[in-house]
Design a protein around this ligand. Sequence first.
Ligand code: ATP
Length: 261
Amino acid sequence: RIRPEVIPANEIGVTFADIGALDEIKESLQELVMLPLRRPDLFKGGLLKRCRGILLFGPPGTGKTMLAKAIANEAGASFINVSMSTITSKWFGEDEKNVRAKVAPTIIFVDEVDSMLGQRTRVGEHEAMRKIKNEFMTHWDGLLTGPNEQILVLAATNRPFDLDEAIIRRFERRILVGLPSVENREMILKTLLAKEKHENLDFKELATMTEGYTGSDLKNLCITVAYRPVRELIQQERMKDMEKKKREAEGQSSEDASNNK
Ligand code: ATP
């Protein structure tokens, strides 16, 4: 049976430094996630309340998954990736206790949460789907009450309006991860190329030219450009090869000509 992907904190590999721009979001996440996970004692009183769930919403490729991984990494929390393709209702029922015991503190990340927890009233919703949804909600409540202070649910969606109202309410904080501004595109490009060799690159101009690009689009652009020297090298090799063949053919024909004399 398929299991959700569990990544221990030391194997997550994504840090805040790998994420360009999005400074305000990073700060909010630190406040909402790090503190309750690292200092649960501060939340034992009545005033400070632990956030039960955070929803990151915005267009695809804007860094939502990266943010969730980076915050888990910084908080020293395991990262459990739950999505429609990895979920089995059995996992929640049976192994929930194991998860509590072994991997706390933990961030449970539900990617494309709309596909799993979309509107309950949607016509033609499959019975099995409804069961998964209800079960998730019940176990979510179970995980977040009592001794499970160190478990937090983070979710991402490109379609917040498709979410069930009851689900939206559970996410006490909803954070928009929108398209990057020109300044943010410049910062993202600088982050993406921080370890690459480049000369006279005008980051400002590049940022201006890439209006509407997401972080993911900018990364793809950088990869395409980075491949240019590789392509040139291949082209040069081909040319050399062709010239060699041409010379060989010419040598052969002049040999043939002198033999025929
Ligand atoms: P989706 O909704 O499609 O799942 P997402 O919002 O979760 O997208 P990510 O998967 O986090 O987006 O981002 C896709 C890729 O784009 C990342 O792996 C990363 O390489 C790059 N990327 C996106 N935003 C940034 C950023 N701010 N800084 C650096 N890289 C970024």
